[in-house]
Design a protein around this ligand. Structure first.
Ligand code: ADP
Length: 483
C-alpha cells in the first residue's frame, strides 16, 4: 500500500506537449486489472491537441537533429540512470496498470531500460561511407540523417519496454517524437516522459498524447505532410490499417505485429530444458507477449512425459495480485482478453482437446484465470492459427520433422519460434525450415536489446534493437563529388 501511494505521487498529470504538462477537460480512468477498479485518471486528447504535439515535435526537430551525438548519448545515459534509480516505482506502476507481478515488472524495467543504454551507446556509431564510382569518376559520400518527426504507437503489454524500444533509437538518431501509448497502460509512458524532462531533454523532442479515440487522434498526424515515420507495435489488424494510412503519405514504417510462436520439442530434447523453456515461452508476461509460445508441437514419443511435467509446473503457479510477494501469476489485462482466452480453450476442447490443468476463470474481482494446458489438440482448433495472448498452452503432437515444420508454418505469422533438441544440427535444420524472424534454441526467451527483434510474414516490417534498430530512424543521404 505504501508503494502504491508512492507510485500515485510520482505520476505526472496531463498531456506532455512542448515540454509542458497540459490537463484536459475530459479524462479517462485507468484500471488496476487485479482489482477491476480504476485507480488513476489520464487526459483525453482531442485530435487538435494531437496536432499541437506534432507542432511541438516539428519546432524542436531542426535543433535536436543538430545536437552533437555525444550530447544525445549522454542525455540517454542520464535517462538510463534515472530509470534505474526509480526502478521500484516503475515496476510497481506496471503491476498496478498492467497486472504483471512486481518481479516480472522489475525484469521489464531492466530489459526496457537496456534499450535506453544500448541506443545511448549507438548514438556515437552512426556513420555513412565513402567510395569512388567505378566509371563516372566521382566520389560517393553518404551520410545518415534523421528521418524526421516520428509517430510511435505502443501497446499495453510491455508499457516501458515498448516505449523505450522506439523512443530511445529515435532520439539517438536525432528524431523528435509524438508517442501515443495504449489507453489501458498509459501511466508508465507518462512517468517515462517525466524522467526525460528531468534528464534535460529539450522541450518538444518527445510529446505524449493519451486519448480515448486512437484512430481519430492519430489519423490527422499520419496524414500531416510534416510527419515522416510511423512505428507501431500492436495487432496485425490495426497495423494493416496504419500501413494503408501511411501509404497515403509514403511514410517510413516499422511494424511489430502479432505472433503465433511454435514451440517445437524434438524427440531427443532434454525434457528439463524443454519444460523450463516452455514455461518461459508461455508464462513470461502471462502469455501476453507477441513472442509467447502459442502452439506446443511435441514429438509423439515424449508427448506424455512432456505434458505431465509441463502440467505440473503450470498447476503449481500462484495466481494473485502482482504486488503480493507470493504471487507468480497476475491477472489478464481486462475482461475481453480473458473471455477471448477462455473461448479459445473451449474451442480446443470442443474439437477434441483434453484439459490437463486449469480451464477456468477465478471467482474474485479482477481478471484472473487459471494457467491452462490442453493436450491432444486436433487440426482445425482455432489456437493453431490465432494468437492467444494468455496463460493457455495447447499441445499438438507430430511424428516426422517435416510435419513439425509444416505445423509451425501453418499461420500467417512469423515472429518467434522455439526449438528444443540436444543436437544443435537438428535444431538448426528445423529452425531453417520455419518461416520466422527469431528462433530460440533450447531457450524460451529471445528478447534482448542487443538482438534484432522483428518478424516476417504478417508479423511485421523492420527490426528493433541491435545495430539495426537505429537504422529504422535514419535516412541515407548521398553527395556526388567530382574527383
Ligand atoms: P493490443 O490492444 O492487442 O495491444 P491494438 O493493435 O489494438 O493491440 O493496440 C495497439 C495500439 O494501437 C494501442 O496504443 C491502441 O490504442 C492503438 N490503436 C488501436 N486502434 C488504432 C487505430 N485505428 N489507429 C491508431 N491507433 C490505434
Amino acid at each position: 500500500a505504501q508503494l502504491e501511494q508512492q507510485v500515485l505521487e510520482a505520476l505526472p498529470k496531463g498531456l506532455f506537449i512542448g515540454g509542458e504538462w497540459i490537463e484536459t477537460s475530459s479524462t479517462i480512468p485507468v484500471e488496476n486489472p487485479a482489482k477491476g477498479a480504476p485507480f488513476a485518471e489520464i487526459a483525453d486528447a482531442t485530435p487538435e491537441q494531437a496536432v499541437l504535439a506534432l507542432d511541438a515535435a516539428c519546432d524542436a526537430a531542426a535543433s535536436w537533429a543538430a545536437t552533437k551525438p555525444r550530447e544525445r548519448a549522454e542525455l540517454l545515459r542520464r535517462v538510463f540512470d534515472l530509470i534505474n534509480e526509480r526502478k521500484d516505482i516503475f515496476a510497481a506502476l506496471m503491476t498496478m496498470e498492467m497486472g504483471k507481478t512486481f518481479n516480472e515488472a522489475l525484469g521489464e524495467v531492466a530489459y526496457g531500460n537496456e534499450y535506453v543504454r544500448w541506443f545511448s551507446e549507438q548514438t556515437c556509431r552512426i556513420a555513412g561511407y565513402n567510395s569512388i564510382a567505378p566509371a563516372s569518376g566521382k566520389r560517393i559520400l553518404t551520410e545518415k540523417v534523421p528521418v524526421g518527426p516520428v509517430l510511435a504507437i505502443t501497446p499495453w503489454n510491455f508499457p516501458l519496454a515498448m516505449a523505450t524500444r522506439k523512443i530511445a533509437p529515435a532520439l539517438a538518431a536525432g528524431c523528435t517524437v509524438v508517442v501515443k501509448p495504449a489507453k489501458l497502460t498509459p501511466l508508465t509512458t507518462l512517468l517515462f516522459g517525466k524522467i526525460l524532462q528531468e534528464a534535460g531533454l529539450p522541450a518538444g523532442v518527445v510529446n505524449i498524447i493519451t486519448t480515448n479515440r486512437s484512430g481519430a487522434t492519430t489519423g490527422p498526424l499520419i496524414s500531416d505532410p510534416r510527419m515522416r515515420k510511423i512505428t507501431f507495435t500492436g495487432s496485425t489488424e490495426v497495423g494493416v490499417g496504419l500501413l494503408r494510412q501511411a501509404a497515403g503519405r509514403v511514410l517510413r514504417t516499422s511494424m511489430e505485429l502479432g505472433g503465433n510462436a511454435p514451440v517445437v520439442v524434438l524427440a531427443d530434447a532434454d525434457l528439463d530444458v524443454a519444460v523450463q523453456g516452455a514455461m518461459d515461452a508461455k508464462m513470461r508476461n502471462l502469455g501476453e507477449a507477441c513472442t509467447a509460445g502459442n502452439r506446443f508441437i511435441v514429438h509423439e514419443s515424449i508427448a506424455d512425459e512432456f505434458t505431465k511435467r509441463f502440467t505440473e509446473r503450470m498447476a503449481a503457479q500462484t495466481v494473485g495480485y502482482g504486488l503480493d510477494p507470493a504471487t507468480n501469476v497476475g491477472p489478464l489485462i481486462d475482461n475481453d482478453q480473458r473471455s477471448k482466452v477462455l473461448e479459445l480453450i473451449q474451442d480446443a476442447v470442443d474439437k477434441g482437446g483434453k484439459i490437463t490443468t486449469g480451464g477456468n476463470r477465478l471467482d474474485r474481482p479482477g481478471y484472473f484465470m487459471q494457467p491452462t494446458v490442453v493436450s491432444d489438440i486436433q487440426p482445425g482448433a482455432r489456437v493453431l492459427t490465432e494468437e492467444i495472448f494468455g496463460p493457455f498452452a495447447p499441445i499438438i503432437t507430430f511424428s516426422t520433422e517435416q510435419e513439425a515444420i509444416d505445423i509451425a508454418n501453418g499461420t500467417d505469422f512469423g515472429l518467434a519460434a522455439y526449438v528444443f533438441s540436444n543436437d544443435l544440427r537438428t535444431a538448426m535444420r528445423v529452425g531453417d525450415g520455419i518461416e520466422t524472424g527469431m528462433v530460440g534454441i533450447n531457450t524460451g526467451v529471445v528478447s534482448d536489446a542487443a538482438a534484432p527483434f522483428g518478424g516476417v510474414k504478417m508479423s511485421g516490417l523492420g527490426r528493433e534493437g541491435s545495430e539495426l534498430g537505429i537504422e529504422e530512424y535514419l535516412e541515407t543521404k548521398y553527395y556526388a563529388l567530382p574527383l
